[in-house]
Structure formats: C-alpha cells, structure tokens
Ligand binder design. Sequence first.
Ligand code: NAP
Length: 527
Amino acid sequence: MITGKNYIGNQLSALGTKTYKTFNPKLNIENSLIFFEASEQEIEQAVSLASKAFDVYKNTSGEKKATFLNAIADEILALGDLLIETYMSESGLPEGRAKGERGRTIGQLRAFATLVAEGSWVEATIDTADLTRSPIPKQDIRKMLIPLGPTVVFGASNFPLAYSTAGGDTASALAAGCPVIVKSHPMHAGTGELISYAINKAVTKTGMPNGVFSNLNSAGIEVGVQLVKHPKVKAVGFTGSIKGGRALLDIASNRSEPIPVFAEMGSINPVIVLPEAITTKGAELAKTYAKSITTGTGQFCTNPGLILGIKGASLDNFITALSEEIVKIEPSCMLHPTIIGNYEQNRSNAMQQTGLSVTAEFDDTIAINHARQTITTVEGETFLKNKTLHQEIFGPYSMVVQCKDIEQLTIIINSLEGQLTGTIISHDKEVIAYDTVINALKNRVGRIIFNGIPTGVEVCPAMVHGGPYPASTDSRFTAVGTNSIKRWVRPFSYQSWPDILLPDALKNKNPLNISRLIDGIHTNHTI
Ligand code: NAP
C-alpha cells in the first residue's frame, strides 16, 4: 500500500530522481521502502491545484467541512494495524504510544469537526446601520473570519501522527477552509503516505475539491524552502527546531508578499521549586520528575529541561533523589541516529562547560540508539553567565540550577528565552509570597502549571501551546486546541452589503443559528 510516491491532490506521482529510505532505530537498519523526493514540477502542480481548490473550498459550509474532517478520522482508523506497524518501524516508539497518538489525532480532527459544524467560531459581528445619525449616517458593517489560502505544513519528527500529516496544523487549517500541502517529515515518510491516502480517500468520499490536500516527500530542506517561497502559498505551519522554524520565518518575511509562519519550536520549560515545597515533598517530586524527563525518551517539546531552586540542604537532597531515580529507569530508544547523535553532542557540550557538575548519568551498557538519561547541576551565577546552558538538549536531560536567593531566581527567569511552559512547585499557599517570581515567569511562557508536570498537552479550547519567541514565532496564537484555527484566518468586513449576498453567518435571519455580536451584544437572535 505504501508506494514511496508524492500525493499531488489525489494522484500518486514520482517524477523526481532523488530517493531516500526511512530508518528503524530499534533494529538499527534502514526500512526497505524507497521514497521519491518531490520535483520542482510536482511542487508547482501541488500548489496550483491547492490554489484552484481554494476557490471552492473557502466557500464550503461548516457542515460539509465537518463531514470531511470526520471522514478523515474514520479513514485513519480504517488503516488499522498497518499504520501502527509503520509508525513503530519508522520511530522506534512503542505500540501503546502509537495507538495513543492515533487516538489524539482522531480526537483533534473530530473536535475541529464539531467546532465548524456549530459555526460560531467565525466571530460574526454585526453593527447595524443608523441612517438618521447626524452629521454622518452610520453604515451597516458586518465582519467575520475568512480563510487565508493554501497553507504549507511541516511536522516534527517526534509526533509522527499528532503533529504531522493529519496533525493539529493540518486539521485546523482544513477546518478554517485552507487547502493544505504537507512537506512530509523524512523520518516517517511511510506513516505520512498512509495518512495522505486516508485524507485523499475522505476527499473523494465527501466530494471535496481535488488538491485540498497534497503530500510532498523530501529528505532535505529544498522542497520546504521552495514551498514557502511560492507566491500562491499564503501561510505556513511548522513544528520542529528553532533553527528550522527561524529559517522558514526569514524566508517568508523576505518574500515580496510576506506571509505568516506559525512555528512552534524548542523549549526548556523551566520548573521552579519553592523552598518549602522542596523540603516537604522533594522525594516524591524526584520520582515524578524522573519519569517526566524520560517519558518518550525526553523527546517532547514540553520536556522539563531546567529546574530552578534555592541553594541549600533541601535542594541538595532533591538533586540526589532525582539522580537516583532517573538511573533506575531503563533507557529507551531515540527516533533516529541523527537525533541521538545531536543529543550526545549537545549533552557532552553542556557537560564540558565550566562549573557544571553531572549528578546522574546512566553509565551501564545500553542498546544502540538508546539515550543515557542525565542530570546536571550548576550555580545560579554560572547559569546566568553562560548562554550555552540555556539551550534545549532534546532528549532525557535536565539541569538543576542552584540559585543564591529569590532575587537571583527572578533575575534568572527574566534572562530566559521565551518558553512554551513554566511550572511552579509550591507547598500549600507558599506561592502567595512569590509574586515577583510568578510575574517574571508569566512574561516568559505561554502556559503556567501549578504543582504538576509540563509534559502532556491537553487538546481543549483553553489550551495555549505557544509562547514568546523562540517558543513560537507568534505568541498570540496556540498550536494545540480548537483555538489554533485562528492562525489560518483573517477578519473581513462587508459594508452596506445586500442581505441576500452576505454569507449565511452574517445574514439577518441567522440561518446557521450561531452566536453573534450584534450592536455589542452576544446573541443568536435574528435581526
Ligand atoms: P526539525 O529538524 O526542525 O525538522 C522539522 C521539519 O522542518 C522537517 O520536515 C525538516 O525537513 C524541516 N526543516 C528543518 N529545517 C529546515 C530549513 N532550514 N528549511 C526548510 N525546512 C526545514 O525538527 P525535528 O527534529 O523534526 O523535531 C524536533 C524539534 O522539534 C525539537 O527541537 C522539539 O523541541 C521541537 N518540537 C516542538 C514542538 C512544539 O509544539 N513546540 C512539538 C514537537 C517538537 P528535513 O528533515 O527534510 O530537513
């Protein structure tokens, strides 16, 4: 069923000459299937088709888009074991994770289906006319959100389903009314092709325009760069490294028509352990955090890579306990030799920095492509002076910073780059006395967690998965949850437009029965 070809709309195509294979990190061998990188001609075809499809798809009703999104979910489920086996062979991740991620992917698609079927998400706003107003009569003005146009989606290696081909970016862009061209992640190209098959089956079954979805293979950056430069592409969704996201943002900004790039990138997710909390629950915390740091072999964007506390006996005890707990956990496989190579290199680079001590390193023999979980510690002053220590080490690694006092802790938080999450570990109401710390943390993160762990990103309307740069390129938006649809739309006003020519969302009779803001009042009444 996997052909190694590109999907240009619903057509399989392999015009390119460059080929590559995916890799099974568990077996340490290349998988046998050959994938064909998209050629310039195929890129052009996919974008042109998406642009034509947009003319139809942008006017497709919420109900029909919901049927389409639910059909994608059904078709993904219908792929059955083949999807799970392919996922596992391309990622080294276990079956439970594969099935869990498939459930999350399907859940996301259905959540967007529910959102667009209901319809109020378009934020219909109506300011009725007052032609008697003096000296200038007030015109009838009506506003709603409309889709931006063909969108290119780049997924990350560490979520072959939920942040990839039919992941949150694709689901939200399709829900918004934007055709999607996926730049397939080379590490899970087979998983991507299976999902693309499912999406195109849903396109045909539900009568969506051909070209509303394409999937282009590539094992390097060229295809992605060309897509972002293409004048008919109107937005970009990216999940991955800071280096990759920043490169695409720069390309998009330098186009003659700049376009938005919504990139969700790396993060070290600071965890602040307050003094009483570390004294009263340090041992329990050590167990919880050893698990969080190693979940998914630390290959999560919300991995707690930085723990900040106040120097003293309690923090020492915590570091000892965390170090003992983390080496009790069996090392697990990373996604790819390149990722384990980067992990080893970044980890050893950090470990060579002056003033850094390694308190735990799994030092028994481990299987190939498995990661050695590591805990290190530094003094606050050392951390402040050395920006290398502020960088993400993608894998099961975390560093404990021993701050001199609360003032230094606050200075350190202020010195951090933007982060996806920040966590406060507090004893009872201890947190009330730490206003300055909390305020500093709020400035640096998109989500603040109280007495919990940052790993595990719930898909719900209130979720913010994003944050000040470089956690994301635009901290006003989330990449997870139904609000992520807002990335792919723009506000659009109709002035003095005849009712019959208005979209249903703005018509006097409110045929969609949605909630609207009419003359400043939220209502689902007619006019
Ligand atoms: P990556 O190396 O940045 O790759 C992501 C995708 O972007 C790939 O398809 C890659 O193509 C492409 N790409 C990278 N650099 C590019 C460039 N300069 N120009 C054009 N395309 C480029 O990331 P990854 O290794 O897959 O994922 C791991 C990283 O993602 C970690 O840093 C992690 O923290 C982050 N992440 C963030 C989130 C979040 O929501 N914030 C979620 C998961 C992961 P090629 O592979 O073909 O080069």
